[in-house]
Design a protein around this ligand. Sequence first.
Ligand code: HEC
Ligand code: HEC
Ligand code: HEC
Ligand code: HEC
Ligand code: HEC
Length: 159
Amino acid sequence: MRAAFVALLAVAAGGCQPSPPPPPSQPVPFSHKLHVGQNLIGCGVCHSYTARGPVAGIPTMARCNGCHRFVSADKPNVQKVNAAFEAGKPLEWNRVYVLPDHVYFTHERHIAAGLRCQQCHGPVEEMDVMHQVPPLSMGWCVTCHRQRGASTDCWTCHK
Ligand code: HEC
Ligand code: HEC
Ligand code: HEC
Ligand code: HEC
Ligand code: HEC
């Protein structure tokens, strides 16, 4: 494993930074702007694990249904959401942020260090369609780690 990383080091050092990929398609159009920006629903209502564990978590259908059995229950996209809940078949959201398997990341330490979601995910409350904002490159992680005195040891992020 370690040898493989060292061999790839030249690529990491010399590689150009690709721009973030276009957003994936989603089973139902979901708007953060509508929920967070306009209806002021906090991130934690839907992504409840961020402060506690490594995975921020994609919300459960029960969470959606808790509001949508009352709110806009006549709208076609909401009917799809409620039908998925009732059928016990969660909507399969496609991931927007994906790190390679060889990189270790956890939300817990970052949230505990006082970082806001938007510092890494951009102005989520303005997004009708969720999309990736930072490049998710090694340089992006390491630059912030350097600025904030966090570890830049290779094995912090590579297991
Ligand atoms: C230090 C940067 C950083 C901060 C701060 C941050 N995130 Fe993330 N987030 C990431 C990265 C990087 C990923 C991709 C993780 C992966 O692929 O393993 C991610 C992934 C996610 C995901 C996808 C599911 C998952 O758990 O991997 C959600 C949802 C998410 N973040 C929500 C949030 C919320 C809500 C906050 C604020 C409470 C937040 N993030 C704060 C960097 C950050
Ligand atoms: C805390 C309450 C709440 C939760 C939880 C919630 N929503 Fe909503 N949602 C709203 C409100 C309020 C609106 C705006 C309704 C309006 O303006 O008519 C909305 C609107 C929507 C719409 C647009 C409806 C239309 O006009 O076509 C969709 C789709 C939707 N939500 C999907 C979801 C999904 C999927 C989840 C779960 C991941 C979810 N919502 C969770 C409150 C919530
Ligand atoms: C009403 C529920 C709801 C609220 C509130 C909400 N989200 Fe989300 N979030 C979702 C759903 C559903 C998805 C998956 C669909 C998508 O990507 O649009 C998602 C996806 C994401 C993703 C992409 C995850 C990935 O890698 O696929 C990030 C990042 C994220 N949310 C951050 C936030 C932040 C930051 C806030 C608060 C500012 C927030 N969300 C508030 C429901 C919500
Ligand atoms: C905006 C700034 C910022 C960005 C971007 C960022 N981090 Fe961090 N990270 C921090 C801070 C600050 C800490 C230190 C938290 C502490 O001291 O407890 C930290 C801590 C960590 C830790 C825990 C370190 C330990 O000693 O256990 C890991 C793992 C980590 N980051 C991985 C990543 C990865 C991987 C990325 C990129 C995908 C990334 N971080 C992007 C600020 C950032
Ligand atoms: C703060 C987190 C962090 C630290 C510290 C870190 N890396 Fe990385 N590294 C990443 C991330 C994130 C990627 C994935 C980048 C991508 O896919 O574009 C990566 C990718 C790589 C790759 C693969 C390059 C490629 O093009 O696929 C190698 C090799 C690598 N790192 C080696 C190292 C070495 C050696 C060190 C120590 C000098 C180190 N990394 C320290 C986060 C980190």
